[in-house]
Design a protein. Structure first.
Ligand code: FES
Length: 147
C-alpha cells in the first residue's frame, strides 16, 4: 500500500488545496479510502486527520469501506418507486444476501440505491456498473444474477 500511495503523492506538493484531488486519486487506486492512507495524506498536506475525514465524508463520491467489483445501483426515483423499486431492491438484496450499502464478503457486489438513472420510461431500472437493466421483474432479476 505504501508504494502505491507514494506514487500518487509524487505528483503533488503537499498543499492543503490538493486534498480532494489526492483523495480522488486514492479512491481510484484503492477503490476506497483506507484509514491508514488518510492518515498519511493528512501528514502529507499538514492538516489534522479530522479535516481529511470531514472533507471525505462530505462528498458522496468517497467510500470508507471496500466496494464490490460490481456496483448494483437500484433506482429509487419517482417513476421507479411507483413501479416497484422497493420490491426490486428487496429481491436483489435477497439474492445477494446483503442490504443497501453493504458489500458481499467476496467483494463481488455492492448494493446501493440512486435517485434516478435517467431512463424513467423504462422503469423500474437498476445499473450494474455502467450497464442499465430496465423494465425489471423478479424473474429478470434472478436471471441477471444467475450468470
Ligand atoms: S426514476 Fe428510475 S430511472 Fe428515473
Amino acid at each position: 500500500m505504501e508504494e502505491r500511495l507514494k506514487a500518487i503523492l509524487l505528483s503533488y506538493e503537499g498543499k492543503t488545496d490538493e486534498l480532494i484531488p489526492i483523495l480522488q486519486q486514492v479512491q481510484t487506486e484503492f477503490g476506497y479510502l483506507p484509514e491508514e492512507v488518510m492518515l498519511e495524506v493528512a501528514k502529507f498536506i499538514r492538516v489534522p486527520e479530522s479535516r481529511v475525514y470531514a472533507v471525505a465524508s462530505f462528498y458522496a463520491q468517497f467510500q470508507f469501506t471496500p466496494m464490490g467489483r460490481k456496483r448494483v445501483m437500484v433506482c429509487r426515483g419517482i417513476a421507479c418507486h411507483i413501479r416497484g423499486a422497493s420490491r426490486i431492491l428487496d429481491e436483489v438484496g435477497r439474492i445477494l444476501g446483503i442490504k443497501e450499502g453493504e458489500t458481499t464478503p467476496d467483494l463481488e457486489y455492492t448494493l446501493e440505491t440512486v435517485a434516478c438513472i435517467g431512463c424513467c420510461a423504462l422503469s423500474p431500472c437498476m445499473m450494474i456498473n455502467k450497464k442499465v437493466y430496465a423494465k425489471l421483474a423478479q424473474a429478470k432479476i434472478r436471471k441477471t444474477f444467475s450468470k
